[in-house]
Design a protein around this ligand. Structure first.
Ligand SMILES: [Zn+2]
Length: 238
C-alpha cells in the first residue's frame, strides 16, 4: 500500500495514498438520528479467503456489510460510504449507547480467528485508521473490537489480534499498567469495566472473558487483581 521501502505509520496518509478498491455493497442504510461516526469497530471475517468475505459482505441475501475489508495481502476494499450506515455491529452497547451501526465505521479483517494477522494487513489497517480518525475526529478510545460491544455474542477480532501494536501508535486506547485497586471483588471489576465502556449486558463470567480476550488472552481461571490493571487509566503524577 506504500511506495517500496517506505513506512507511513507515523504520518497521516491521505485517501489517495491508501487507494482502496471501490466494491459497493447494497447492504447499507442512512445513519439514524443524523448520527456521525464516533467509533471504529474491528472484526475478523472468519472466512476462508478475502474474496469469499467480499462476496458475502456484498450479497443482499445475507444483509451484512462493513465499510471496509482488508485482505491478508494488505488489499483494501471500500464497500459502503463512510457517511452511510453499514450492517456489521448488530445488537450491543458501548459507553451506554446502542445502535452502534449508526455510530461507527466497520472494518473487516481477513482472518479466520485462529492464526496471526498478517503484517501487510496490519500495515494497511495502520494507514486506514488514522485517515478515518482524522476525517471524523475519532479519538483512539473510539477504536473497539466487535467483542467489546457485544460480549458473549461475538469474540472477534479475537485472541490473536495485536491490540498492543495499535496502542503503541495511539490507534487504540492505551491499557493501564499501574497498581490494581484495593477492592478486587467482582462488583469492583464490573464498575471498572463499565467506566472503560463495557456497559452491554453480560454476566460476571462473560465480562471477565471479554476483558481477557482483549488484554490478557492467555489468562485462565477466576478473577484476579491482574485483570483490573489494564482497565485502570494511568494516573497523572502531581
Ligand atoms: Zn464481527
Amino acid at each position: 500500500m506504500h511506495a517500496a521501502g517506505t513506512q507511513a505509520r507515523s504520518a497521516v496518509p491521505s485517501q489517495t495514498e491508501l487507494s482502496p478498491i471501490w466494491h459497493p455493497s447494497p447492504n447499507f442504510g442512512p445513519r439514524r438520528d443524523s448520527l456521525k461516526p464516533s467509533l471504529i469497530v474491528l472484526h475478523y471475517t472468519a472466512m476462508s479467503s478475502a474474496q469469499a468475505a467480499l462476496t458475502r459482505l456484498c450479497d443482499p441475501q445475507y444483509e451484512v456489510s462493513a465499510h471496509y475489508l482488508i485482505g491478508a495481502d494488505g488489499t483494501l476494499w471500500h464497500m459502503v460510504q463512510e457517511t452511510d450506515r453499514a450492517w456489521h455491529a448488530g445488537a450491543g452497547e458501548w459507553m451506554g449507547q446502542s445502535d452502534i451501526n449508526s455510530r461507527s465505521i466497520g472494518i473487516e479483517l481477513d482472518n479466520r480467528g485462529d492464526h496471526p494477522f498478517s503484517d501487510p494487513l496490519m500495515t494497511s489497517l495502520e494507514a486506514l485508521l488514522p485517515a478515518i480518525m482524522t476525517r471524523w475526529n475519532i479519538p483512539e478510545t473510539g477504536i473497539i473490537g466487535h467483542s467489546d460491544m457485544a460480549p458473549g455474542r461475538k469474540i472477534d477480532p479475537g485472541p490473536r489480534f495485536d491490540w498492543l501494536r495499535l496502542e503503541r501508535q495511539a490507534l487504540a486506547a492505551s491499557r493501564g499498567n499501574s497498581a490494581p485497586p484495593q477492592d478486587t471483588s467482582p462488583a469492583s471489576f464490573r464498575a471498572c469495566t463499565q467506566a472503560a465502556g463495557y456497559t452491554a449486558d453480560a454476566n460476571d463470567k462473560t465480562l471477565l472473558s471479554t476483558i481477557r480476550l482483549r488484554y490478557r488472552p492467555w489468562a485462565t481461571g477466576p478473577l484476579t487483581a491482574e485483570d483490573f490493571i489494564p482497565l485502570i487509566p494511568p494516573t497523572t503524577s502531581a
